[in-house]
Write a protein that binds this ligand. Structure first.
Ligand code: ZN
Length: 327
């Protein structure tokens, strides 16, 4: 998402000139500088187990995060401030009342939807296991009324300053857009249904789509270590070699995981529909629509068989048919 920073000179909506929009913005501006959290203390000191879990989840094996001189990954900054499922002891005791009041004003003005737009962090001092952190949060800015594709509303930026041993370790800015949703444009009866987006074919994956055109499901294989890979990439993750050939997959697989898409509506698709991460018999995984069974009958472990499905006059896509007999 490409958010519109609250302080950018974006075009204000025409409604800015109306007296009600002006008075709302004036009422919102009053909240700039209001504290939403003061001298809060991190639930846990910076610690090795949380660092290890983070690194495993991120797949980050950098040696700086291990051993006796370990530092915490800088991007963990916010993690140390989080209250977890049970929250912070001060939650609900006026800690975030300024934010709640601001939200209530926007709700009353019809800005009932919210979307997180972006986050910025600055790192000033490394955090190390054993550091106890404290943090303060403030509503830094509220933007003038702005109109985006989602709707019209205001960007709210909250700044959190995180300290260790009284020293500023980093700053975390979090921005949301609180807005009145724009009405969905009604499609005229006469307009044809929009076509499904075309695959983006580039130098890295052109061979895959050439295979699809010939009804062959091609998986890349490293020419040096024979490791299979999907999606197509210029190099081997196992050995770094850039030499490769392909193998034609059998098209047999099982549902490794899946989602059922209900939202957001997209004109070329008819939700709800199921999209699966399929583990091929050859071992690599591939994403695609599941067909042949109702969307709510898709299950992890279900055997599926690839078929080339004609989507429209010039697009065929590999899809995964469930309800097939296993060989
Ligand atoms: Zn290799």
């Amino acid at each position: 998402m490409s958010p519109e920073p609250a302080d950018s000179p974006a075009v204000d909506s025409p409604a800015t000139d109306s007296p009600s929009a002006d008075s709302l913005y004036e009422a919102l501006k009053v909240f700039e500088g209001r504290t939403t959290s003061a001298a809060s203390v991190g639930k846990d000191p910076v610690n090795e187990p949380m660092i290890r879990h983070w690194c495993e989840a991120m797949g980050d094996a950098h040696p700086a995060y291990r051993g006796p001189d370990a530092v915490a990954p800088p991007t963990m900054l916010q993690a140390w401030t989080m209250g977890g499922l049970s929250g912070h002891p001060t939650d609900g005791a006026g800690r975030s009342s300024a934010y709640e009041e601001l939200s209530a004003l926007l709700d009353a003005a019809g800005c009932t939807s919210i979307v997180a737009t972006d986050c910025e962090q600055e790192y000033l001092r490394p955090l190390r296991p054993g550091d106890t952190i404290t943090f303060d949060a403030v509503i830094e800015s509220v933007s003038p009324r702005k109109t985006t594709k989602l709707g019209t509303g205001h960007f709210i930026t909250t700044r959190m300053d995180i300290r260790a041993a009284g020293e500023l370790a980093g700053t975390h800015r979090f921005r949301v857009l609180k807005y009145a949703p724009a009405p969905a444009p009604a499609r005229q009866q006469s307009e044809p249904k929009p076509r499904r987006p075309r695959p983006v074919v580039n130098r890295d994956n052109a061979g895959f789509w050439a295979g699809v055109a010939e009804h062959r499901l091609l998986v890349q294989r490293c020419a040096d270590c024979a490791t299979l890979r999907f999606p197509w990439l210029p190099g081997c993750n196992a050995c770094g070699s850039r030499a490769w050939d392909t193998v034609e997959a059998s098209g047999r697989g099982t549902v490794y995981s899946y989602v059922v898409m209900h939202h957001p509506p997209f004109p070329a698709f008819d939700p709800p529909y199921a999209v699966a991460l399929v583990e091929l018999a050859e071992g690599v995984r591939m994403i695609g629509n599941v067909i042949g069974v109702p969307y709510d009958k898709v299950r992890i472990g279900m055997p599926v068989r690839m078929e080339f499905a004609k989507v429209d006059e010039d697009l065929e896509l590999p899809m995964w048919r469930a309800g097939v007999e296993e060989d």
